[in-house]
Design a protein around this ligand. Structure first.
Ligand SMILES: CC(C)(COP(=O)(O)OP(=O)(O)OC[C@H]1O[C@@H](n2cnc3c(N)ncnc32)[C@H](O)[C@@H]1OP(=O)(O)O)[C@@H](O)C(=O)NCCC(=O)NCCS
Length: 190
């Protein structure tokens, strides 16, 4: 577990999986998938878990559930892919509960994961991709000190409009640590 200020990061167990059918079909999935509207059946969710279990041993990734301090499961965050050789990780996050967007929960979770990647996994670099339409993520990247590194023009379509795919990266150099970032951003327990 990683203990934060607004959230804790915990194993993505049954209490999170119970929400996946909702979370994979609601608006969070649209933003998380860069513009796709999906209908995912319960059987498809189960199949994903089975495939995930079968490949876990060969793929590298670390998934956490995001739990508020009052014990509410609100989504997931983690390392999608990690290269031990290059010491680089690709991150992803989705808060499935819309009521918790824009309240600092995702940034607290991101700070925990970045700190984990740098200070526990000894990574040199973390990066994250999103579509240019996703203002919450763009703002979050700015707050946490990620730099815009690539812009793939019109790499994704959302509701019939083309948007650029952006990647943001942050190097370990200059990372002051979780506590210093929380203080700098003024994140306080509620
Ligand atoms: C992306 C996500 C994890 C961010 O977590 P969060 O808790 O919402 O983020 P925060 O509240 O810490 O920060 C978001 C910032 O965007 C700002 N923001 C919120 N809505 C906004 C909007 N419509 N336009 C511009 N900025 C917006 C917030 O005010 C906040 O900035 P501030 O701290 O300066 O006020 C979460 O919103 C989410 O899961 N969204 C849906 C799925 C998704 O987009 N996943 C990411 C895929 S790459």
């Amino acid at each position: 577990m990683l203990y934060g200020t607004l959230v804790d990061l915990v194993p993505y167990g049954e209490r999170f999986k119970a929400h996946d059918h909702d979370w994979w079909n609601n608006e969070s999935r649209y933003w998380g998938s860069m513009g796709e509207h999906m209908f995912v059946s319960r059987a498809a969710v189960e199949r994903e878990y089975e495939e995930w279990d079968q490949t876990q041993h060969t793929e590298t990734g670390v998934g956490f559930g995001i739990l508020t301090k009052d014990g509410t499961p609100i989504g997931g965050i983690g390392i999608n892919w990690l290269s031990a050789h290059h010491r680089v990780t690709d991150l992803g996050a989705v808060i499935g509960e819309r009521a918790y967007w824009g309240g600092g929960y995702g940034t607290d979770a991101l700070l925990l994961v970045v700190d984990y990647a740098f200070n526990w996994l000894d990574m040199r670099k973390v990066w994250l991709g999103t579509m240019s339409l996703n203002a919450r993520v763009v703002r979050q990247m700015e707050k946490v000190g990620f730099a815009l590194e690539t812009r793939q023009r019109e790499g994704t379509v959302a509701d019939g409009r083309w948007h650029d795919v952006l990647t943001f990266g942050r190097l370990r150099d200059g990372w002051p640590g979780y506590a210093a970032m929380v203080a700098a951003l003024g994140i306080v327990a509620r």
